[in-house]
Design a protein around this ligand. Structure first.
Ligand code: NAD
Ligand code: DAU
Length: 356
């Protein structure tokens, strides 16, 4: 029986909740502590099916609170950290950049330093895994692809804060010998994504017959990955990646926004029993996002070659499954858009400290 204890930060969010479930299912002998401050993006409903498990524990806490983090590490013998907690939405970073610096940079440094101090003297068998984004590499033209060697060139406050946190992670490796690994992933999609991001926002708006705000001409390109494939890549990298290394994760699946939106409209018309073309009438071109990166495309051949990971499903199938999930879980959509679930958590966890 393994006594491995992993701290996952941001486990109540979109990717984090899939990752927590993946680890609990794949490694029943591990203990998983999920640390999350439950911002608007954190939702424990995402984990309802696994929260009863004896080897799962939720702790409500803020990664920017250094004494709290220090205490958490000294009270627990974590073998590893998988760090996802972050402010993650580009548009919000344009409106409130300092929150992104605080959470994504200071929060990451707090965790790095707590791990360094707690593990001091014995890093063997330890791992600090930082989850990052392809946005740190900047924007591609029509040609080219991001490799692990592509120089950093972030443009939004969000991507600048993630790039900064990546540099701090490498600094803790190079300066203190902390055993770190970093992955940079492309756009994720799937169940439980907060409906501010393109795909769930547009699914929600189509079901409510609200306009679909396409930024600029809709010609920007993103490389989409099924969120559960991201979780399986993180598993492989956590267990078999090399210390100090970076791995790119992506699905070789580039779509212009407008092509993706048109496909989504076709699927939604079919699922909702609407006339073909009805949802596409909601498409509304709006002012472009400031500093909008034109194209992301990830070369994940290092991960595929060295660690044998590959994405499991085609985008058309994943998008269909995604639509089905949101239509089957309209209550989830209504709750997260009404803020009802936040009122509940305010009441549940109004005093600080461990949630359960
Ligand atoms: P998300 O916004 O859905 O979830 C973030 C989680 O972090 C939430 O549960 C939130 O409550 C928690 N959190 C925020 N601030 C916190 C704090 N100060 N202390 C503790 N918890 C806090 O984000 P996501 O889309 O699941 O992204 C997770 C990670 O993966 C982020 O680091 C993001 O940069 C990275 N990433 C995301 C994508 C993507 O397409 N969504 C792609 C590549 C990388
Ligand atoms: O590439 C990885 C990144 O992907 C992650 O690091 C981020 O956390 C995640 O939010 C995502 O960033 P994007 O900015 O690419 O995702 P978003 O869903 O916000 O937008 C996808 C594309 O759709 C982008 O080109 C902007 C466009 N868009 C988005 C919204 C919300 C629109 O045209 N209209 C919209 O209303």
């Amino acid at each position: 029986m393994s006594d491995t204890h992993i701290l996952i930060t941001g486990g109540a969010g979109f990717i984090g909740s899939h990752l927590v479930r993946h680890f609990l299912n794949a490694y029943p002998s591990y203990t998983i502590t999920n640390l999350d401050s439950l911002t608007y993006a954190g939702n424990l409903v995402n984990l309802r099916d696994v929260e009863h498990l004896g080897n799962y524990r939720f702790v409500k806490g803020d990664i920017t609170d250094a004494p709290f983090i220090e205490n958490l590490f000294s009270e627990n013998r974590f073998d590893g950290v998988i760090h996802l907690a972050a402010e993650s939405h580009v548009d919000r970073s344009i409106a409130s950049p300092l929150e992104f610096v605080t959470t994504n940079v200071i929060g990451t440094v707090n965790l790095l330093d707590a791990a360094r101090r707690c593990w001091a003297g014995d890093f063997s068998g330890k791992r600090f895994y930082h989850i990052s984004t392809d946005e740190v590499y900047g924007s591609l033209g029509r040609e080219g692809i991001f490799t692990e060697e592509t120089p950093y060139d972030p443009h939004s406050p969000y991507s600048a804060s993630k790039a900064s946190s990546d540099h701090f992670v490498r600094a803790w490796h190079d300066t203190y010998g902390l055993p770190v690994v970093i992955s940079n992933c492309s756009n994720n999609y799937g169940p439980c994504q907060f409906p501010e991001k393109l795909i769930p926002l547009f699914i929600n708006n189509i079901r409510l017959k609200k306009p679909l705000p396409v930024y600029g001409k809709g010609e920007n390109i993103r490389d989409w990955l099924w969120v559960i494939d991201h979780a399986s890549a993180i598993d492989v990298i956590y267990h078999r990646g090399n210390n100090g290394e970076t791995y790119n994760i992506g699905g070789h699946n580039e779509w212009t926004n407008i092509d993706l939106i048109r496909l989504l409209c076709v699927i939604m018309d079919r699922k909702l029993g609407r006339e073909p073309g009805e949802s596409a009438k909601l498409i509304t071109y709006v002012t472009d996002r400031a500093g909008h990166d034109l194209r992301y495309a990830i070369d994940s051949s290092k991960l595929q070659r060295e660690l044998g990971w590959a994405p499991s499903i085609r985008f058309e199938e994943g998008l269909e499954r995604t639509v089905e999930w949101y239509l089957d879980n309209q209550e989830w959509l209504d709750q997260v858009t009404s803020g009802a679930y936040r009122d509940y958590y305010e009441k549940m966890y109004s005093s600080s400290g461990a949630g359960s």
